[in-house]
Ligand binder design. Structure first.
Ligand code: MGP
Length: 215
């Protein structure tokens, strides 16, 4: 092949402009056009501070904020909402799989329960933002071994403590639940000797402690 023939056979390098070539968020955090899908779509909910919750008005206070189904959209939302340590007392953020309302009555949650961990506000301060972020990242990144058991997570701001909770579908003590509890401590970088409490939603709604256990 002559040099001319080689040149003629070589495809012309297209003049790709920024708009039509794939740009990841790592390359250009503002003008990226490639998004990385999450395995599930997740909904962020918030509930109104200042209104005393009761089992009957609970549902009315819940506000659905936004759905995210890509890594980039998650960061867009996370970076633009009020940080947990700046929320008013009695507020909660909830992140649940799309279609599951963050309440005991939802059919997906009805037989389930939650692991919860309280952090004293005065000693925790801004670190609550990292505990919450680590929990969400583990959940959205499908890091839990029994991912299908996971319904969502809640962070609550109360007068003297913050609380993070992981809601799961079932509530009988078994290998699955114990593994999720151990992984929760691991993902939050908590000492594995610390005990985390699991409360079936039926106990929360009856205000009883009969079926609680710790991992
Ligand atoms: P909470 O905020 O989960 O508990 O629920 P906390 O922070 O310990 O508050 P405290 O007031 O119990 O000390 C607060 C109240 O909201 C509950 O007692 C219920 O009346 C109501 N509530 C909370 N949740 C998660 C639900 C729910 O899923 N369904 C219904 N019907 N009521 C709920």
């Amino acid at each position: 092949m002559t040099e001319q023939e080689v040149l003629a056979a070589t495809p012309v390098q297209e003049d790709t402009t920024k708009e039509d070539r794939p740009i990841t968020v790592f390359e250009d955090p503002k003008n990226y056009n490639v998004k990385h899908p999450l395995q599930n779509t997740w909904t962020l909910w918030f509930d109104n501070p200042g209104k005393k919750a009761s089992a009957t008005n609970w549902s009315q206070n819940l506000k659905e904020i936004v759905d995210v189904n890509t890594v980039e959209d998650f960061w867009g939302v996370h970076n633009n909402i009020v940080k947990v340590n700046h929320l008013e007392i009695s507020s909660n953020y909830h992140i649940f799989k799309k279609g599951v309302r963050p309440e005991w009555e939802d059919p997906v949650n009805a037989s389930g329960g939650k692991f919860s961990i309280q952090f004293p506000r005065n000693r925790t301060g801004e670190a609550i933002n990292d505990y919450w972020l680590n929990l969400i990242l583990a959940m959205l990144g499908e890091q839990f071994q029994y991912e299908d058991e996971i319904c969502g997570a809640v962070v609550s701001v109360r007068k003297v403590f913050y609380r993070v909770a992981l809601w799961i579908k079932s509530s009988e003590r078994n290998e699955k639940i114990e593994t999720i509890g151990r992984q929760l401590k691991e993902f939050l970088n908590l000492n594995s000797n610390l005990t985390v409490e699991f409360t079936p939603h039926s106990d929360s709604s009856n205000k009883s402690g009969e079926n609680r256990f710790t991992v």
